[in-house]
Design a protein around this ligand. Sequence first.
Ligand code: ADP
Ligand code: MG
Length: 240
Amino acid sequence: MNNDLPAIEVKNLTVSYGPVPALLDVSLAIEPGQLVGIIGPNGSGKSTLIKSLLGFVKPDFGEVLLFGEDAEKAKGRVAYVPQRGSVDWDFPVTVREVALMGRYGKRPWWRDLSNEDREIADYALEQVRMADYRNRQIGQLSGGQQQRLVIARAIAINPEVILMDEPCSALDPIATAKIEELIDELRENYCIIIVTHSMQQAARVSHRTAYFHLGKLVEVNDTEAVFTSPEHELTEAYIT
Ligand code: ADP
Ligand code: MG
């Protein structure tokens, strides 16, 4: 394997659901080990970028490469942390069962989970400080605990890249701070892409920041440079 390859390479990517492109001619390369914040107002194409990286939407033009291969081939190397609001928290499963879900994709369907799978899932729960809650029903968790759990499921996949879509949406400041602390620890071991509509959050956690507006990548640079760029005085008004 060529280790000099970017973890993620998006080349001239255009994606549309209807007549108007949701992403327009976007090119972006992300190196292994980087934590990149994706910012921009609602409707700017952030989630579409994540869906493209996961191979959920097909490009009209351009391509998406993960470790030099197409998204389909790189599946086991990329984990997705969905928005907490898109999960049915009334579903009757325990915390540990959710962490174990991260292991299912790693097994042939006919083979049961092994002790090693259970150890990996338990270790993922420890990393997000949810091991003490492993026998709880997921409906009994607080918002911050639920978010840590969806991150644990992603860690249990043993990925190289973790894609997070709005990991702190609808969390209070204390729960948000805990998630940011966790992201800060994880950045040692994973390439992380974090979508957030909060410029402040991107400024706090990311090495690099990519700023989207109306489907276009307006700027990608070291986080500090992006936040001192005069362009954003104009656009900050859009960010809620
Ligand atoms: P963001 O995550 O930045 O809010 P999205 O990527 O969700 O932006 O959306 C980008 C644009 O694509 C928006 O104009 C949105 O309305 C449109 N869009 C997103 N998903 C769909 C879909 N499934 N069908 C039609 N249009 C969509
Ligand atoms: Mg979105």
